[in-house]
Design a protein around this ligand. Structure first.
Ligand code: NAP
Length: 495
């Protein structure tokens, strides 16, 4: 089914989200690609094509860098208070439009409405938080140890930033970069994921309405991200590359950025352990597991990918989790009753299927779900596996779907060994009533973020990011997020 530009179909009812075009957004202009090419956007709940966006060329990428360069001086010289007020207006407009934005996210990404609403609220918070941070950027002043001079450190916007984001949080992954970059005084070019470009366009229209000057934010959609990103990073005016996506692509892009010695922030893949000790509050642990596993139907970098449960609580936990998972309502994300939407693509379903079959072949027991749902759309049912071998592929790869693999453990030391047996180090979850043990284990676990008796830790006010192969740098937090978009300039003064 091919619908014209700007038209969306929601379930059986014609549903149009008008008021913003789906074009390239360069220098404040909505443009087709220079060669007229298009990328189709698919509804993952049906497999139907719902819209098309321009397929940017190298020429378009050069125009976007040019527009960002043209706007750079004006934006960096805009008073912090003014920048702050514009960011605050972005927050307010996102809140006003939250229902429309959430529906758009559900439509192109597939996630359930409740997850999409949560994402919009989270994404908007980056504007509120960075509006507050924008007026609190300070420098340093001191006397050199030799006493010969004073040391002044000034923090300046790093320059033009290329931002590349994934499909799993089409709004939040963009605002988590754009808001601090703008607060710092930088101009940006955003390259959203090809599967979810419509949300990026809707947000670009909103920034413009909030008063973000032309050229400060530019949006390029493309089916050839490699050549376009390389070309932009090769432009000496580009000084920052901020990427969120898979570790494999991130590694290749770090090598690309290294050719030009560009500052990089890399938010990459995860393989979060979720550890439940015998003394945990069972219901709290189950509530936490449902959030950590099933937010976005498991399509989250922080998703609980391996669940380790101590012997004494194992059976009650496995039984409780299976009941809750089996009860979830599966369907199109745009339907109000849906609790578990489709996966993003057929390829994603095939990967989950492969991982589940591998675990079962190595002795795992299927407690619920466990096989691909036939029919239109890209659905995999909520699944719980027990007795999962630590050697199973899913213990080492991101499942990125609604599959909860449970492995039994006996001792605290064994739990820590399991948790750290991965190249990733993004997030980890611990459930125990013994806070001293919780803090001890948290300090032993190799991860950038720990949820202690909590299944959700994302917060614009806290530094988000990973260690090991999960990335470099932090987003959000006091100073951390903005610091990624600033450069220290030291001035030695004698007077
Ligand atoms: P991906 O395949 O790595 O793609 C991420 C982005 O990179 C997309 O915009 C993609 O564009 C682009 N891209 C792909 N190849 C590229 C290349 N050669 N040069 C430049 N850009 C390129 O990841 P994904 O499947 O979209 O997202 C899922 C992954 O992101 C998971 O690994 C997840 O853990 C990770 N993630 C991490 C965080 C975090 O904060 N640490 C948050 C969310 C997701 P196309 O769409 O056009 O391919």
């Amino acid at each position: 089914m091919n619908l014209p530009y700007n038209a969306f179909q929601l379930d059986q009812d014609p549903y149009e989200v008008r008021g913003f075009p789906h074009r390239l957004y360069i220098g404040g202009q909505w443009l087709p690609s220079s060669d007229g090419g298009l990328i189709e956007v698919t509804d993952p709940s049906s497999g139907a094509v719902i819209a098309a966006v321009p397929d940017a060329t190298l020429e378009d990428a050069a125009a976007a860098v040019e527009a960002a360069a043209k706007a750079a001086k004006g934006w960096r010289e805009t008073a912090p208070r003014k920048r702050s007020e514009i960011l605050r207006r972005c927050f307010e407009l996102m809140v006003e439009r939250s229902e429309t934005l959430a529906m758009l996210i559900s439509l192109e990404n597939g996630k359930a409405q409740r997850d999409a609403r949560g994402e919009v609220a989270y994404a908007a918070e980056f504007f509120r938080w960075n509006a507050e941070e924008a007026v609190r950027i300070t420098g340093e002043f001191g006397t050199a140890p030799s006493g010969t001079n004073r040391i002044v450190v000034d923090y300046q916007p790093i320059g033009i930033c290329v931002l590349v984001t994934p499909w799993n949080f089409p709004a939040a992954m963009a605002t988590r970069k754009i808001a601090p970059a703008l607060a710092a005084g930088c101009t940006v070019i955003l390259k959203p994921a090809s599967e979810t470009p419509l949300t990026a366009d809707a947000l670009a229209a909103l920034y413009s309405e909030a008063g973000v000057p032309d050229g400060v934010v530019n949006v390029l959609t493309t089916s050839t991200p490699g050549p376009l990103t390389s070309a932009m990073l090769a432009d000496p005016r580009v000084r920052k590359f901020s990427f969120t996506g898979s570790t494999g692509i991130g590694r290749a892009l770090l090598a690309e950025a290294a050719k030009h010695v560009i500052s990089c922030s890399m938010e990459l893949g995860g393989n979060a352990p979720f550890i439940v000790f015998d003394d945990a509050d069972l219901n709290a642990a189950l509530d936490g597991a449902m959030i950590a596993k099933m937010r976005n139907a498991g399509e989250a970098c922080t998703a609980a990918n391996r669940i380790y449960v101590q012997s004494g609580i194992h059976d009650a936990f496995a039984d409780g989790l299976s009941r809750r998972m089996a009860a979830l309502k599966i369907g199109a994300g745009t339907r109000a009753e849906t609790e578990c939407g489709p996966m993003i693509t057929r390829k994603a379903v095939d990967k989950i299927d492969r991982l589940v079959k591998d675990a079962v072949n190595r002795g795992a027991k299927v407690l619920c779900g466990g096989s691909v749902l036939e029919g239109d759309g890209f659905f995999y049912p909520p699944t719980v596996l027990s007795e999962v071998s630590p050697d199973a592929d899913m213990a080492h790869e991101e499942i990125f779907g609604p599959v909860a693999p449970i492995t039994r453990f006996e001792s605290e030391a064994q739990a820590i060994l399991h948790a750290n047996n991965t190249e990733y180090g993004l997030a980890a979850y611990l459930y125990t009533r013994d806070v001293a043990r919780g803090m001890r284990v948290a300090s032993e676990i190799e991860a950038g973020m720990i949820g202690l008796n909590r299944g959700l830790m994302s917060d614009p006010a806290a530094p988000f990011g990973g260690v090991k192969q999960s990335g470099l740098g932090r987003e959000g937090g006091q100073h951390h997020g903005i610091a990624e978009f600033m450069e220290a300039k030291y001035i030695a003064v004698t007077f």
